[in-house]
Design a protein around this ligand. Structure first.
Ligand SMILES: [Zn+2]
Length: 383
């Protein structure tokens, strides 16, 4: 076995998806390109490199079209539909060097003759033999995919570590959400801070998968961009209407209250003047005057505080006009948004906050309700 592997002959009896077995004139077994499945392999590489689709998006793209998944073709039993692909299968195909014509041996090894379980070897222990069979994709394309893989990983783990965390809040207690990270990054979740070890049981977990949040955000942004590209004028009208709708009530109520406060302060100041005159005329004793005047002054003070608070809120709404411009400018640069575009800087120009509700059914696999508040707009109801 070892000798065979070192000679560059494939050790696996599993023919990779995209190939089929053939026998040459000397009776040797060969892998040749399978015209039925090789185009699917090429399509998967194309969708990843040219269309920038994620593994799951590629899987969705080719599912349900009668394209039988590799496991079923190999005669294995699967629980789901035979033509429903998953992200792992897509990832396996994209990372298999076999498709550029190479044989990679010693990727795994049986623990022993008695123990048939396999262990994974480090890539440094792999033995690679170039051009041992027909290629389905070019070597350049495979290298490009390898580079994209490492960029993708770097972006997710080092360069832009969990940029969503700045925007995530628990819907119920308003605490920040913290990332719980896993080896398999697609399993990363965010949970309410008040459910973390330092705050046991002050709030429920509100757990939400990071991957789900990204997918949701990308889906909503791309819907917006589609509307914008179809009719830029209509898009602006919709967005401004949405913003107005989100802020109108608050603005109206605040403006009305400001007028009320002014007239209440007027009334109180007039009362102070009146009791002063009454005191001067001897109609009111000094202790009574003093107590009343103190009370009125306190009431005026309280109203002035309220006025400052409301003015601050109204200014924030005015500022959100500038924020809306930042939002519109930021998404204007895109025809389509991809995972790698969602870095911290871009997110800070399009997001105000994301609120995560608790699931109504505990441990349900249905994702929780998520409220995305876009910068300068708030929630957008039409996407
Ligand atoms: Zn909470």
């Amino acid at each position: 076995m070892k000798h065979k592997g070192l000679s560059g002959k494939p050790l696996t009896s599993n023919i990779p998806y995209g190939y089929k077995k053939a026998i040459d004139e000397k009776g040797n077994t060969l892998w040749v390109v399978d015209d039925e499945t090789a185009p699917i392999v090429r399509e998967i590489f194309r969708l990843y490199v040219d269309e920038h689709l994620s593994f799951i998006e590629i899987a969705r793209n080719i599912s349900g079209k009668g394209i039988i998944i590799p496991n079923v073709r190999k005669g294995r039993k699967v629980s789901g539909e035979a033509d429903v692909w998953n992200d792992q299968t897509v990832k396996n195909i994209l990372s298999n060097q076999v498709y550029c014509g190479d044989t990679v041996n010693f990727k795994t090894e049986k623990i022993s003759f008695k123990d048939q379980r396999r262990i994974n070897h480090n890539p440094s222990e792999w033995k690679i033999f170039e051009d041992t069979h027909q290629a389905i994709i070019s070597r350049e394309l495979f290298e490009q995919v390898k580079k994209l893989f490492s960029e993708h990983r770097k972006n997710r783990t080092f360069g832009l570590q969990n940029p969503l965390r700045y925007f995530l809040f628990c819907f119920d207690c308003n605490s920040r959400m913290y990332a719980r990270r896993f080896q398999d990054e697609d399993k990363n979740v965010y949970v309410c801070h008040k459910n973390c070890t330092s705050h046991p049981r002050q709030c429920s977990s509100h757990s939400v998968r990071e991957k789900y949040l990204y997918d949701l955000l990308i889906e909503k942004l791309n819907k917006l961009i589609e509307i914008k590209n179809n009719d830029p004028q209509k898009f602006r009208e919709l967005i401004y209407a949405e913003r107005l709708n989100n802020t109108q009530n608050l603005t109206d109520r605040s403006s009305r209250r400001l007028l009320e406060i002014d007239s209440e302060i007027d009334i109180l100041q007039n009362r102070i003047k009146k009791i002063y005159i009454e005191k001067e005329n001897g109609e009111l004793s000094y202790p009574v005057f003093s107590a009343l005047a103190e009370q009125f002054a306190k009431d005026i003070e309280t109203l002035k505080y309220e006025r400052i608070e409301i003015t601050r809120k109204l200014n924030e709404i005015k500022k959100s006009n500038d924020n809306l411009k930042i939002f519109l400018l930021s998404i204007d640069k895109f025809d389509k948004i991809y995972y790698n575009d969602l870095n911290e800087v871009f997110l800070s120009k399009i997001l105000e906050k994301i609120l995560v509700e608790e699931r109504t059914v505990k441990y349900s696999r249905v994702p929780p309700i998520v409220h995305i508040h876009f910068l300068g707009i708030g929630e957008i109801s039409f996407i």
